[in-house]
Design a protein around this ligand. Structure first.
Ligand code: GLN
Length: 489
């Protein structure tokens, strides 16, 4: 069958309409690829073969009968296992939820299914999305398709790896502190962290509720713009979801002129432990925008250096509260045989919670305790406001920020696994956008090979500026072919 696994959404849909292959053949093609490639990459926790074939048959019927098709007909998607998918095991990457079959689906996932997208599988993640490499998964570590001795990034590493390896047409992740952008950068795919509240959080296991941003990975910005236009919007089941009208992003892709745009280069993102190759590539990207008419403006965001501290206080605080619901009674696994409730809680949580879960619950509970609340939680919340204000001041002078995502390319599996602090520090360039709730688009920024690992970069916009981010990203992808490079597998 003549199908390039990296085909874009529109290419697949044209082929299906022209009868080059059926949706069932397409699904079989991806399932075969998964069977061949995934035993090595380990992107998937569950492959939803039966459901995928069933949906494909429905789509084939619709095509045959000339019925109205959804905007994503025939498009395979891989979904981070932190999303609840009705009737399909949803583990959040943790032993805590092993065996948990939800009664309902996440809102954004449902929006995609309603448009005839095909769920092909649920992907690996650091347990409850706490991490940046998938090594904190309660099941196994996913490998980077560009070099299987390296991490794919995380926490949405399973989704990024699945897409990068050509095992689906798009994938879903969540970005609480960088978990869409960082694996995008490490695996060379395109991903968006939305403005906080653009996409509903309903039906996604909560990590840190005032930070969590569900979003997608795709092969191109164009695909991503379509997906976001379908996922986004007010949801009465998530009180923090935005009331803003969702623009028709795909129709606005050429609306923003690079010429005359003011692009800010925040100096704090180009110093410290940044790998020279990463710095060089991101600077080359800036030069490319300049050559196409943008004005580069060096700016300073001095509070950037406080981002890690603020994030790793506030996020564990919210985590410690959100994790309280996993008591062994209502969801997932529990340890039987205790005589009293307290031992039941202790043993269930003690046995099934992965080490990083316990670490964050302890940090968060400590920071929220009566004696330390003001010193940590209140103080960090104040600095959060300062970081937000600092970005707003910057946006008075510039239109977008251009910055690296990860200080280094992908690192060897195991290198940081036993050093949580090292792992946290790798988030230095991503967390501030989450602290502030701003949108940020991750784009492939080099032509990866065995010698040169993938290096992405991010464009950060002001609140609800996704349409312009897509437009910029799309034009960048017309000027470069990095997003068309794929690993040899
Ligand atoms: N690496 C960050 C953390 O461990 C980000 C995680 C995320 O965005 N889900 O908290």
């Amino acid at each position: 069958m003549n199908l390039n696994p990296f085909s874009s959404i529109s290419k697949i849909q044209t082929d299906l309409k022209e009868g080059k292959y059926t949706a069932t053949e397409l699904v079989r093609f991806y399932l075969d690829l998964i069977r061949k490639i995934d035993p090595e990459i380990k992107a998937f926790i569950t492959v939803t073969e039966k459901e995928a074939l069933k949906t494909a048959r429905k789509i084939d019927q619709k095509i045959k009968n000339g019925q109205k098709l959804g905007k994503l007909f025939g498009v395979t998607m891989a979904v981070k296992d932190i999303y609840l998918t009705k009737g399909i095991e949803s583990t959040a990457g943790s032993q805590v939820l092993k065996g948990y079959i939800p009664q309902y689906s996440s809102t954004v996932y449902q929006h995609l299914i309603d448009q005839d997208a095909i769920l092909i599988g649920k992907t690996n993640t650091d347990a409850f999305a706490f991490g940046g490499s998938t090594e904190n998964s309660g099941f196994f570590t996913t490998k980077n398709p560009w070099d299987t001795s390296l991490v794919p990034g995380g926490s949405s590493g399973g989704s990024a790896a699945a897409l990068s390896a050509g095992l689906c047409t798009f994938a879903l992740g969540t970005d609480t502190g960088g978990s869409i952008r960082q694996p995008s950068s490490l695996c060379s795919v395109t991903g968006l962290k939305t403005t906080y509240g653009l996409n509903s959080r309903y039906g996604i296991a909560a990590m840190a509720s005032s930070f969590d941003c569900p979003g997608a990975f795709a092969h191109t910005t164009e695909d991503l713009s379509l997906l976001t236009s379908i996922m986004a919007g007010r949801d009465s089941k998530d009180a923090t979801s935005s009331h803003q009208k969702v623009p028709d992003y795909p129709n606005l892709l050429t609306n923003t002129d690079i010429k005359g745009l003011k692009i800010g280069l925040p100096q704090e993102y180009f110093t410290g432990s940044i790998d020279p190759e990463v710095k060089k590539k991101v600077q080359e990207t800036a030069t490319l925008f300049e050559k196409n008419g943008a004005e580069l403006i060096e700016i300073s965001l001095p509070n950037t250096n406080l981002g890690i501290a603020v994030y790793y206080i506030l996020v564990p605080c919210e985590i410690s509260s959100n994790m309280a619901r996993y008591d062994g009674l209502r969801f997932g696994q529990s340890k039987k045989g205790q005589n009293d409730l307290f031992s039941y809680y202790l043993e269930t949580r003690g046995k099934y919670m992965e080490p990083e879960l316990k670490r964050r619950i302890i940090i968060g509970t400590y920071a929220l305790s009566a004696g330390y609340y003001d010193a940590y939680y209140t103080k960090a919340s104040r600095v959060r406001t300062l970081i937000k204000e600092e970005f707003q001041k910057a946006f008075e002078k510039i239109d977008f920020l251009l910055a690296p995502i990860s200080p280094t390319p992908a690192w060897p599996i195991g290198e940081k696994a036993n050093n949580p602090l090292q792992m946290y520090l790798a988030d230095v360039y991503t967390v501030c956008t989450n602290v502030a709730g701003l949108p940020s688009l991750a784009l492939p920024g080099n032509s990866p090979s065995r010698e040169h690992l993938p290096i992405g970069f991010q464009l950060i916009g002001n609140y609800f500026n996704e349409a312009k981010l897509f437009s910029l990203g799309h034009q960048y992808q017309q000027l470069t072919d990095y997003h068309l490079k794929h690993p040899q597998l």
